[in-house]
Write a protein that binds this ligand. Structure first.
Ligand code: AHR
Length: 663
């Protein structure tokens, strides 16, 4: 193990040259001076159900409004009935018996007439794949068990039947009926048609259809192609369920994890807070079925080998909306939710919440280590609530690390207040959010270089460069934004002794159902593409390393924009490599000599990966998903003086293989 030297970087002008175009000296890498250990959580992912990221996104359910609980009960469904109304549908409400899923549909059939049909449009269509099986199910009962034949048909976008099967519904009590059918075509805009025939009345609920190719082939599963993109990021943590969705527009619609676990039927559907947030992107059909709930998020974290990081409501609704506060003397249920969540994740199966986890199929604990109190709260109201949460959590679970927050902005009065108060309270990890223009990201590559090392650790919890303005619908995931994020990330990495976690936000956007842009991954009902920002994230997270070493101009001057270059360096103990990340934000190619100092010996082999575009406005798209993508070449390095070409507007990752004895 190398010696860890002081973490505060020496600021000064020991490099020769200046920003006026004079020549700077070579870079040196102090290969045997370890500045900091890199946390396994350094690069993670932020998941929020925004932009149809859950329902219509990673959740592979194809039926929209499966339990008729949207505000408009038949939204997403189209009925076709006989003109004289001999067969018809009504919406029933059994709230006295089932408050989580009160509604069901009742169809009265007239056997003399043609079948009554209901067609579900899916989430801007249903993605159908040629040759793939689909698992259909519904809960149903018929009047006195009088049989009803249900014809189940997959339709193409132009209403051709492309798959079919049928079921006999004949139970006088609620029962689950299942069937499987195959699609003969690939169509991103498919539909599901149900035709009911018989002389009876049939009640239906929880009408569902999943593709068979879900992630790990799980029932109630996730879309495998989208989850694979997450797995390919090798994330250190998964933050869920957001974002502002944690807070709710008002307290009543905050995210309540207990309503998202257990049987699907018992998870109460609720309006998604992004349904009405932006006038420029209204999405009247955006609800939360909670088919992906807290159990599924924990399971996904485990699948991804990422630490689960749940964020909970602290009794404050979104301060951009109603800003409702729960009175301090009524905070107990919120705190109990936090304590019970820890029991759900980690508790023995003999505890009530541990038992539920077991019943849901996971007797082993999820090994939860972190919990977030509030999302983007600000002001003294947050601090006073945080204090009560922190006390209660630490009293019962001293080992749990609490994540607190500094609000929506990375500077200003509210930020300064929260940062100061949280420091006084010895907060462990503080979440900071940066939605700023690309210039801000370049200018802030040194944000943590002189950060107070005695204060809380940092979770760079939400960041994304905004090409136009924060949350503007015209923002693009262009190369300028991605490159500026890369420059900023060299600063996060250089300061890994204080920055313990970081994540780009938001993560996903449905091409037709989004509200917020930019986003890391864009998808439609069948396909997805990674943005340049995704590739930046991936190059950092898959080249995370284990220890930070210094790269800079002679005598440790960090590279934070001089010559329009930004750099960081890490050792990777697992793979015995030295890894350099260098951003050239200038319009000109550069060549840099990098001197390796210290005892380290290289094998002379390695690789160079470049992510670049000569046009800053360039983007990836469904038609051109790899317009900007990394390319890797093997490289030979002779001796300890390396010459590295740094193309204009590029992120270059240099991997140098070290001799075994070095680490
Ligand atoms: O990432 C989108 C939103 O930005 C998040 O919900 C919120 O935390 C932030 O304001």
């Amino acid at each position: 193990m190398k010696k860890i030297i002081g973490s505060a970087l020496i600021a000064g002008s020991l490099f020769t040259g200046n920003a006026m175009g004079q020549n700077y000296k070579d870079f040196t890498v102090q290969t045997d001076h370890v500045k900091a250990e890199i946390q396994p959580t350094m690069w993670g992912i932020f998941f929020e159900d925004i932009n149809f990221a859950a329902d219509g996104g990673i959740y592979a359910e194809l039926v929209k409004n499966r339990s008729f609980e949207f505000y408009t009960p038949l939204m997403g469904w189209e009925e076709k009935k006989s003109e004289d109304n001999a067969s018809y549908i009504t919406v029933m409400n059994r709230s006295s018996k089932d408050s989580a899923n009160p509604r069901y549909a009742q169809i009265k059939l007239d056997a003399e007439k043609e079948a009554f049909t209901l067609t579900n449009e899916g989430f801007r269509g249903m993605g159908l794949k040629e040759g793939l099986s689909y698992s259909f199910s519904l809960n149903a009962r018929t009047l006195k068990g009088a049989p009803v034949t249900l014809h189940i048909e997959l339709l193409s976008h132009d209403n051709k039947v492309v798959g079919k099967t049928s079921l006999k519904l004949d139970s006088p009590h609620w029962d689950k009926f299942t069937a499987s059918l195959k699609s003969t075509v690939t169509d991103p805009k498919g539909k599901l048609r149900l035709s009911f025939e018989g002389k009876s009345t049939v009640d239906i609920d929880m009408v569902s259809m999943f593709p068979s190719d879900t992630w790990k082939n799980r029932p109630n599963g996730l879309r495998a192609d989208l989850i694979q993109k997450l797995a390919d990021l090798n994330p250190g943590f998964l933050r869920f369920p957001g974002g502002c969705i944690v807070e709710g527009r008002e307290l009543a619609t905050r995210y309540q994890w207990k309503k998202t676990v257990g049987n699907l039927e018992d998870r109460k559907v609720q309006i998604n807070r992004w349904n009405t947030e932006f006038d420029h992107r209204p999405t009247h059909d955006y609800f939360q079925s909670f088919g992906v709930g807290f159990f599924e998020y924990f399971q996904l974290s485990e699948d991804l080998n990422a630490e689960p990081l749940p964020i909970l409501s602290c009794g404050m609704a979104c301060q951009f909306n109603t800003g409702e506060l729960v009175p301090m003397d009524q905070l107990d249920p919120y705190i109990q939710d936090a304590l019970d969540l820890i029991e759900f994740a980690n508790g023995d199966v003999s505890t009530p919440w541990g038992k539920l986890r077991k019943e849901m199929g996971h007797p082993a604990p999820f090994d939860l280590k972190y919990i977030g109190v509030g999302n983007e709260q600000w002001g003294p109201q947050y601090i006073e609530r945080y204090k009560v949460f922190a006390k209660a959590i630490k009293e019962k679970y001293p080992e749990i690390i609490i994540v607190s927050g500094t609000g929506p902005f990375p500077d200003g009065k509210e930020f300064d207040y929260a940062a100061e108060e949280l420091k006084k309270l010895d907060a462990e990890i503080v979440d900071e959010h940066y939605y700023r223009n690309p210039e801000w990201f370049l200018e802030n590559a040194d944000r943590y270089d002189n950060y107070d090392r005695s204060g809380p650790k940092i979770f760079a919890g939400e960041y994304a460069a905004q090409s136009v303005a924060i949350a503007s619908p015209d923002n693009k995931n262009n190369w300028q934004c991605a490159l500026s994020e890369a420059a900023f990330m060299t600063g996060l990495e250089r300061n890994a002794d204080v920055v313990h976690l970081s994540s780009y936000a938001p993560l996903f956007a449905h091409a037709e159902g989004w509200q917020w842009t930019p986003d890391l991954i864009w998808f439609d009902n069948l396909n997805s593409y990674a943005t340049p920002n995704y590739y930046v994230q991936q190059l950092f997270s898959t080249n995370k390393g284990t220890q930070v070493v210094e790269i800079g101009y002679a005598s440790n001057e960090p590279v934070t924009g001089q010559e329009e270059l930004y750099a960081s360096a890490v050792l990777d103990e697992k793979n015995n490599q030295l890894i350099l990340k260098i951003v050239n934000s200038s319009s000109k190619d550069a060549t840099k000599t990098v001197r390796l100092e210290g005892d380290t010996k290289t094998t002379g082999k390695g690789s160079i990966t470049v992510l670049k575009s000569e046009a800053l406005g360039r983007v990836n798209s469904f038609d051109n998903p790899e317009n900007i993508h990394p390319t890797t070449e093997e490289a030979n390095f002779r001796g300890k003086k390396l010459t590295i070409n740094l193309p204009a507007y590029s992120l270059t990752v240099v991997k140098i293989n070290l001799k075994e004895s070095n680490l």
